[in-house]
Design a binder for this molecule. Structure first.
Ligand code: ZN
Length: 109
């Protein structure tokens, strides 16, 4: 690879350019933080899918800041939230249809 600072060719594994001393490798600072929003999103995916969905989307974006930490969890939360929302919508339609059917048959009082 080439040094971004001085442009000289340097070893691919070099962290610091031997010519100009500038840091060249993307040294991932070990993020010790926990991607809390991803965990919150995952938990809320089961309780309140809308909140879970929003938190999971934020968590997925935040995962990049945490070096991928919590990305899988946020994705899982996202998928679960969507599934729950779909179930809610489908069951809502089903209940709505059942009620409308009952009313039309005069059995719903
Ligand atoms: Zn250099």
């Amino acid at each position: 690879m080439f040094c971004k600072h001085c442009g000289r060719e340097i070893d691919d594994k070099a962290i610091v350019c031997p010519y100009c001393g500038v840091q060249v490798a993307n040294v991932q600072p070990q993020q010790s933080g926990t991607n809390v929003i991803a965990i919150v999103g995952f938990i809320f995916a089961f309780i309140m899918p809308i909140v879970g969905l929003i938190c999971s989307i934020i968590g997925r974006n935040k995962a990049y800041e945490y070096g991928g930490n919590g990305r899988g969890l946020a994705t899982a939360g996202l998928v679960i939230s969507i599934i729950w929302l779909l179930i809610a919508v489908i069951s809502g339609i089903a209940v709505g249809c059942a009620v409308a059917d009952a009313i039309s048959q005069g059995t719903y009082y």
